[in-house]
Design a protein around this ligand. Structure first.
Ligand code: URA
Length: 444
């Protein structure tokens, strides 16, 4: 039968439920170009307005996953499960850099296909690219061999994975349909499930630095992702975590790699970051059946750190993907350093009472740490370090942060913006939870 995209759009426009076959035809049509840009845009808008049932969401996710290569690890006979973690993105979110090697140290295999920055949030791939020589687009052979021999490889998306998502996302971006939870879910999960996973843990951020605009929409996305992923056959939980302040004390590409190395080697384990890493790690070890209780999982993760195994795996992954062989031992020899480092002191002393986290991400962007567009290249050295936490005392001898910039003008602009983005008052606010909730995706 001739495939008529307009009939599928009409059905969704009229709030009818699409069949699995209809959704697959449409998704494959996006990938092979037989559906026009106008039709993709109309479909996206119809979904945004009228939503999808759980079955439709699962069909769209699987169809977009199957529009390109789906990785298959079975021929490698790996002695552990294929596991991954994904975050909806935030500021100072260095979790993947540590969690990948920690999970590998606990017996999992982690083929992590990560992305670049989105809006004000940093991208894992940009962070790794601050390491000289690191190849974020290795051949499939090198990728598979690194996962097999090291246990983890963190790389960028290839052109052969989920072509339907690549085209659909680009059209959504310019037709005001990015905000659909149905479409976000399918887009994120299609890419993740194309890596051939046994289990996935999602870190859905909530707060003023999160991708989703309200706590309610973050929760809805967390629930939707967990239900759809489980429905699509991949054991998945979502953790809802706080993004009302930078998660790590540094934000910026090379600076965040340094945070990860300090964490893995035990030099410094910032408390909020540590809580998120351990919560996501425990969840993933349990989903991957490498631990049966939270206590057991926490113990394994602690051993991965104290034994030095996770740090060693991080170093081996970097070397296997073309980076220096002694990055963990000598990070400052290899990571780019900014020319100018200035402390920023508050106008009046007191306690940090709040942070406009989105603005903090934008300050890093303006310093050159993330791309304003595809043409301008990144200065990996710039960003912020020693960012004060909410509740910290700041004053004439304790800055709100250090600015790492390439010139004085940028540093001055960032300092002024930072004084506005970080609120300081006389009363110390109470500590807030960093892991807000755990959502398993079971049907209500
Ligand atoms: N990230 C994605 O990969 N897709 C979306 O639709 C939104 C965020």
């Amino acid at each position: 039968m001739t495939f008529l995209p307009q009939e599928i759009i009409r059905k969704k426009r009229d709030r009818l439920t699409l069949t699995n076959d209809e959704i697959r035809q449409f998704a494959f049509g996006i990938a092979d170009g037989s559906v026009t840009d106008g039709q993709v845009a109309a479909f996206g808008m119809a979904v945004l307005f009228n939503g999808m049932t759980l079955d439709e969401r699962i069909s769209l996710t699987l169809a977009m996953r199957d529009s390109g290569d789906v990785l298959d690890w079975s021929d490698l006979d790996l002695p552990g499960p294929i596991l991954d973690k994904h975050s909806t993105g935030g500021v100072g979110d260095t979790v993947s850099l540590m969690l990948g090697p920690m999970i590998a140290a606990c017996g999992g295999f982690v083929p992590m296909i990560s992305g670049r920055r989105l809006g004000h949030t940093g991208g894992t791939l940009d962070k790794f690219e601050s390491i000289p020589g690191y190849n974020s687009r290795p051949s499939n052979k090198v990728f598979r061999e690194t996962v097999r021999s090291v246990g983890v490889a963190i790389i960028g998306q290839t052109n052969r994975l989920t072509p339907a998502d690549r085209r659909f996302y680009a059209i959504r971006d310019v037709t005001a349909t990015v905000e659909s939870i149905d479409l976000i879910t399918a887009s994120i999960l299609a890419k993740k499930l194309a890596a051939g996973l046994d289990a996935l843990v999602m870190d859905v951020k909530s707060g003023n630095g999160a991708f989703m605009p309200t706590p309610e929409s973050s929760r809805e996305l967390a629930e939707c992702i967990a239900r759809v992923a489980n429905g699509a056959g991949t054991r998945t939980s979502s953790l809802l975590t706080d993004m009302n302040q930078s998660l790590a004390p540094s934000a910026g590409n090379a600076l965040e790699v340094q945070v990860a190395i300090d964490y893995l080697t035990g030099k410094d384990r910032p408390e909020r970051l540590d809580r998120v890493v351990r919560a996501l790690g425990s969840e993933l070890l349990i989903l991957g059946r490498l631990a049966s209780t939270v206590e057991q999982a926490e113990k394994k993760l602690a051993t991965a750190l104290t034994s030095g195994k996770a740090a060693e795996i991080f170093g081996r992954m970097v070397a296997a993907l073309g980076g220096p062989t002694d990055l963990v031992e000598n990070p400052t020899r290899h990571l780019p350093q900014a020319r100018i480092v200035h402390p920023v002191y508050p106008e009046v002393g007191g306690f940090v009472t709040g942070m406009n986290t989105r603005e903090v991400g934008l300050i890093v962007l303006r310093l050159g740490g993330t791309r304003p567009n595809a043409i301008v290249s990144i200065d990996h050295s710039v960003g912020l370090s020693r960012i004060a936490r909410i509740g910290d005392a700041v004053g004439p001898d304790r800055p709100v942060a250090l600015i790492h910039a390439s010139n004085e003008d940028d540093a001055a602009g960032a300092a002024a913006a930072l004084r506005t983005a970080i609120a300081v008052g006389p009363d110390q606010p109470p500590d807030s939870a960093v892991v807000i909730d755990r959502i398993t995706g079971a049907q209500p």
